[in-house]
Design a binder for this molecule. Structure first.
Ligand code: DAH
Length: 339
C-alpha cells in the first residue's frame, strides 16, 4: 500500500508538471480524487488493513490527498496567470505601428471669399447683418417692388413651403428687414445661402450663396456706389482689375447696373473664358428704388441709397479659376486642399 501511495505521488508530480490548461487539471483531479479516483478507492479499502497498519496508512493517504489538492491548486493559479498574460498579449496594441492618417480639409473656398468680403466691408464702415433662409414672400418679393404678377418672379423659380413662405431666392430681403428695424444711416452687408429651383450644371446649383450690400443716408450717390464696389473689386481680385458698370434692370433699384470686372485671364484683351469681351459680370447693383423706401417707411425725398448683390460661388470661381460650381459641394479633398 505504501508503495502504491508513493507511486501515486510521483505520478501526480510528473503529470502536473506537464499540464498546460485548466481542463487537464480537472482531469487529474477526477482521476485521483474523484468518486472513483485512485486515492478515494484506496481510502475506501482502509478497512481491509490490519488495525496496526490502518492509522499509519490512513494518515499517509489523507496527507497525500491534501498534498495533491495543494499541488493542483498551485498549478491552477499558475495556469490562470499564464492564460491571463497570454490574453493580454494577444489584445495588446503595438504603439510602434504606423497609425491610420485621417485626412484633414482646409477652409472652404466659399468661406474664404465670405471672410475676405466681410474683412473688406468691415474696414470701410459696413456692419454685418443676417436674415432667415426661410423667408416670407413679402420680404423676398413684395417689399422689394416685385408684386405677385411681376415678370421678375419668373426667372427666380422658387421653393415655396406654402403660399406665403419660401426659401429665399436672394439675400435682398435682408435689406428690407434691416431698414424696417433701423433708421438711416445704414451701411450693411448680409451673406448667406439662397435657393432656386435650378437643375445642377456647371454654373447652376439649387443652393448657392450671395453677398448683399446696402447703404442709405442723406446724399448717397451713384458715385459712392462706384467707389465702394471699386474698392471691393481691387481688394478681392487685385489692384490691376478694372471695373465697368453697364445699365441693367432690377425692380428694387433705379437706375440699376450690371457690374463687370476685367477678365482675370486676358486682362481685358479678350479670350475664351470671357467670351472675347474682356469682361466678366460679377454682380447687380443700383440706387435703391423710392418704392422700396416707401415700403419700409423711409422718406425718399430725404434719403437715397445704393445696393448690390453678388453670387459668392461666381466670385470664388473667378478668383480661383474654378470651372464647375458643383466642385464646391462634392467635398472632394483633392479639390478642397488646393485653397
Ligand atoms: N437680388 C439680385 C439677384 O439675386 C441681385 C441684386 C441686384 C441685388 C441689384 C441688389 C441689387 O441689391 O441692387 O439677382
Amino acid at each position: 500500500m505504501e508503495k502504491k501511495i508513493k507511486k501515486i505521488k510521483e505520478e501526480i508530480i510528473f503529470k502536473s508538471n506537464s499540464v498546460s490548461n485548466l481542463k487537464d487539471i480537472e482531469k487529474i483531479k477526477v482521476e485521483y480524487l474523484g468518486r472513483k479516483g485512485l486515492v478515494t478507492l484506496l481510502l475506501r479499502r482502509l478497512g481491509e488493513l490490519s488495525t496496526q497498519e490502518r492509522p499509519k496508512i490512513g494518515q499517509l493517504l489523507n496527507q497525500t490527498k491534501r498534498e495533491i489538492e495543494e499541488l493542483l491548486k498551485i498549478k491552477t493559479i499558475e495556469i490562470e496567470k499564464l492564460e491571463k498574460n497570454k490574453k493580454l498579449k494577444e489584445e495588446s496594441i503595438d504603439v510602434t505601428l504606423p497609425g491610420k492618417k485621417s485626412d484633414r480639409g482646409t477652409i472652404h473656398p466659399i468661406n474664404l471669399v465670405l471672410k475676405k468680403t466681410e474683412e473688406i466691408f468691415l474696414s470701410i464702415g459696413f456692419k454685418i447683418e443676417e436674415g432667415p433662409e426661410v423667408e416670407l414672400d413679402y420680404y423676398n418679393f413684395e417689399a422689394l417692388n416685385i408684386p405677385k404678377d411681376h415678370p421678375a418672379r419668373d426667372d427666380q423659380d422658387s421653393f415655396y413651403l406654402n403660399r406665403e413662405i419660401l426659401l429665399r431666392t436672394h439675400t435682398s430681403p435682408v435689406e428690407i428687414r434691416v431698414m424696417e428695424k433701423q433708421q438711416p444711416p445704414v451701411r450693411i452687408i448680409a451673406t448667406g445661402k439662397c435657393y432656386r429651383r435650378d437643375a445642377a450644371d456647371s454654373t447652376h446649383s439649387p443652393m448657392f450663396h450671395q453677398i448683399e450690400g446696402l447703404a442709405v443716408d442723406k446724399d448717397i450717390t451713384f458715385g459712392d456706389l462706384k467707389g465702394v464696389l471699386t474698392v471691393f473689386v481691387h481688394r478681392m481680385f487685385g489692384e490691376d482689375r478694372k471695373v465697368r458698370f453697364r445699365p441693367g434692370y432690377f425692380p428694387f433699384t433705379e437706375p440699376s447696373a450690371e457690374v463687370d470686372v476685367s477678365c482675370l485671364l486676358c486682362h481685358g484683351k479678350g479670350c475664351r473664358s470671357c467670351g472675347y469681351s474682356g469682361w466678366l459680370e460679377i454682380m447687380g447693383a443700383g440706387m435703391t428704388d423710392p418704392a422700396v423706401f416707401n415700403m419700409v417707411g423711409y422718406d425718399p425725398e430725404k434719403y437715397s441709397g445704393f445696393a448690390f448683390g453678388m453670387g459668392v460661388e461666381r466670385i470664388a470661381m473667378l478668383k480661383y479659376g474654378i470651372n464647375d460650381i458643383r466642385l464646391f459641394f462634392e467635398n472632394d479633398l483633392r479639390f478642397l486642399k488646393q485653397f
